[in-house]
Design a protein around this ligand. Sequence first.
Ligand SMILES: NC(=O)c1ccc[n+]([C@@H]2O[C@H](COP(=O)([O-])OP(=O)(O)OC[C@H]3O[C@@H](n4cnc5c(N)ncnc54)[C@H](OP(=O)(O)O)[C@@H]3O)[C@@H](O)[C@H]2O)c1
Length: 271
Amino acid sequence: MANPGGGDPGRCPLPHHSNHKFLPRQPLPDGHQQPSFAQILLVAPAVVLHRRTSVQPPFSRGDVAEVDSRCRDGRWSLQGMTALVTGGTKGIGYAIVEELAGLGATVHTCSRTEAEPNECLRQWEKKGFRITGSVCDLVSRPQREELINAVFHQFKGKLNILVNNAGTNIRKPTIGATAEDFSFVMATNLESAYHLCQIAHPLLKASGAGSVVFISSVGGVLSVSAGSVYEASKGAINQLTKSLACEWAKDNIRSNCVAPWATRTPLVEKK
Ligand SMILES: NC(=O)c1ccc[n+]([C@@H]2O[C@H](COP(=O)([O-])OP(=O)(O)OC[C@H]3O[C@@H](n4cnc5c(N)ncnc54)[C@H](OP(=O)(O)O)[C@@H]3O)[C@@H](O)[C@H]2O)c1
């Protein structure tokens, strides 16, 4: 197939509307109603993280080539699937976006800033990926609603995959954590994922084959000195995964959780 992006011929052609730009935030029209939509896998950094991080994956290059070749011959494909990955402009989220798009999915992502993400979109377009993005601060409830509204229109009401990846940490001893620290970490890591699941549910259900993936942490299972607020937020994500797996199975929506160990990303490097 011709590749209008001129990128990797193994990748997908771009949609015609792609313009390398993160969509600015669009307020909801007056009176608009939002569309009314386990397992926990502990992982050391693996193949999907390899492209963006300096951590050596427990795979040889031969394994990666084999994975790529399995994708190309169509036995493992996300062609025709739609995905929303939060926080896909850096670190683990960036790798997830590339992996899903490389397997053929059409992906939407978001971050709080615009300039760096626009550069990501340019790079992705060169590779022939079908990826779009929005500016969204996930701490804000109205901005989450705007994000899902944008995804609703972009994907014509159907979302196959929701990856709740965006996360943050303010690493402090328990006694030193302020009320603001607690609210900020919980809003970013837990409340935003919970709310996005709630408002994305109709889109996931409409897809007929929905999948929610939470990015938790080993710190949600064990104490890893990442700070008790962070670890509590990730422990709650692990339980949320199990609750949704049972509650939404009837809607054909799976719920899984990936709990990474330390991975060299901007989140870790800023400490
Ligand atoms: N790195 C590790 O060692 C590690 C280990 C275990 C678990 N995890 C988890 O893995 C996930 C990704 O971590 P990472 O290390 O890849 O983090 P990162 O390098 O800091 O990247 C985070 C991404 O999320 C976006 N983001 C952060 N806050 C946001 C908000 N309020 N609204 C919208 N976007 C937001 C960031 O973009 P902007 O800053 O431009 O908004 C960026 O794209 C997190 O849930 C983290 O807890 C990481």
